[in-house]
Design a protein around this ligand. Structure first.
Ligand code: PLP
Length: 430
């Protein structure tokens, strides 16, 4: 074994060869490093910092909750901030969602969603329902349960022997999937109908849930569904008694212009997960919301959701998130997202609409993606060996811009895109 190289840091970083600057301060839409360099947070980290980095109301809420009560274990207590946050979330949630389960982030929220779906079916006497159907080019988190469900093959590959079985259908990805002469609506129905075919293939009474991001984030670059797609998905789930789990970890909390992205599809899920913008980066928090019917099955059955973490419903995290949600709803920060998003889209199209290496500019609200192609006419993706996303990220970073370029897989081939998710408080000049 070779001896470890002497290193100045004991932090285990994402990339062991990278030397990163130290972030020392936040100022509105900017992060400052130790040398005083300012970076415009054009991706909100990873679609997290919706209120920027120095919101006084959120900071005050954290300070006062920490001074009053930092932590109380949820097997002994509930807390005011958790109760108030749950009330406010449900007040603004899609119809039918009635209960909120607080966790510390997106993967935990999605893990809880899967386990709740499974327990729901055991409680109602359908233990044979265990299959989860998801979509290719999706990401639902990095812990083993949700990694198994996600359709990002690069992330899964190495851990495949540890993953439970799951199955993947086509994403709703108009730029790549719609055929010549096919209407957007017909395309959406065609890919939604893959869900029905997959349910029938697996055996309808063995399928537990269908999992999808309403607007696909990291793996595809802000890809919205076509009209009618999710209505058809909802119909199919209802027909076969399959739960619809929507992952709004990245696209939720106002990012697309409505608090929940699925509002724009005119449907409600049975279970949904939010995180990222929920704490806006001020505290690590996520939440799973479920329907009254699912909650009732547990309440009238075993009376115990067999799941849990130490930091469920953390009072300081809940207080921060309550302040964030109040800023979005009562202070109407959310109202800025759709018009500002339209202006961002127009500016991107104006600047890059004819660019020979940009195939598509898309998204909703302040959640925008630019797909990079080697050839616009044929939509041929770039050779992954060029490591284009990495180079773009580095060049933007040097220029003082944080953006989120990613390589993805487009049905086996490499793809690349840049994701933009700036703070809702940004102004036109920025
Ligand atoms: N689901 C989606 C759609 C995400 O984009 C992410 C993170 O990027 C997750 C789940 C996992 O969230 P976290 O990184 O907070 O665990």
């Amino acid at each position: 074994m070779t001896a470890p190289s002497p290193t100045a840091s004991h932090v285990f970083p994402r990339h062991t060869h990278a030397t990163l600057p130290h972030a020392v301060a936040g100022d509105g839409c900017y992060i400052l490093d130790r040398d005083g360099k300012r970076y415009f947070d054009g991706s909100g980290g990873a679609a997290v910092s919706c209120l920027g980095h120095s919101d006084p109301a959120v900071i005050e809420a954290i300070q006062s909750q920490a001074a009053q009560l930092a932590y109380a274990h949820t097997s002994f207590f509930t807390s005011d901030p958790a109760e108030e946050l749950a009330d406010l979330l449900i007040e603004h949630a899609p119809a039918g969602l009635d209960r909120v389960y607080f966790v510390s982030g997106g993967s935990e929220a999605m893990e809880a969603a899967l386990k709740l779906a499974r327990q729901y079916f055991t409680e109602i006497g359908q233990p044979q329902r265990r299959h989860v159907i998801a979509r290719r080019q999706s990401y639902h988190g990095n812990t083993l349960g949700v990694l198994a469900v996600g359709g990002n093959m690069w992330r899964r590959q190495q851990f495949a022997p540890l993953l439970m079985e799951s199955t993947h259908i086509s994403p709703c990805y108009e730029y790549r999937g719609r055929e010549v002469g096919e209407s957007a609506f017909d395309y959406g129905q065609r890919v939604a109908n893959e869900l029905e075919a997959e349910i029938l293939r697996l055996g309808p009474n063995t399928v537990m849930a269908f999992v999808a991001e309403p607007v696909v984030g990291a793996t595809a670059g802000a890809v919205p569904p076509v009209e009618g797609y999710f209505k058809r998905v909802r119909e199919i789930c209802d027909q076969y008694g399959v739960l619809l789990i929507l992952d709004e970890v990245m696209c939720g909390m106002g990012r697309t212009g409505t608090l929940f992205a699925c509002e724009q599809e005119g449907i409600s899920p049975d279970i949904t997960a939010v995180a990222k913008g929920l704490g806006a980066g001020y505290q690590p928090i996520g939440a799973m919301l479920c329907s009254a019917q699912i909650y009732a099955a547990i309440e009238n059955g075993s009376g115990f959701f067999q799941h849990g973490h130490t930091y469920l419903g953390h009072p300081v995290a809940a207080a921060a998130s309550l302040a964030v949600l109040r800023r979005l709803t009562m202070d109407r920060a959310l109202d800025r997202v759709a018009p500002m998003g339209d202006r961002l889209q127009a500016a991107l199209v104006d600047r890059f609409g004819e660019h020979p290496r940009i195939g598509d500019i898309r998204g909703r609200g302040l959640f925008r993606g630019l797909e990079l192609v080697a050839d616009r006419a044929t939509k041929t993706p770039f050779d992954p060996a060029l490591a284009l996303p990495k180079k773009i990220k580095a060049a933007a970073f040097d220029a003082g811009l944080l953006c989120y370029p990613m390589g993805g897989t487009i049905d086996g081939a490499a793809g690349a895109h840049i994701l933009l998710a700036p703070p809702f408080i940004m102004n036109d000049d920025q």
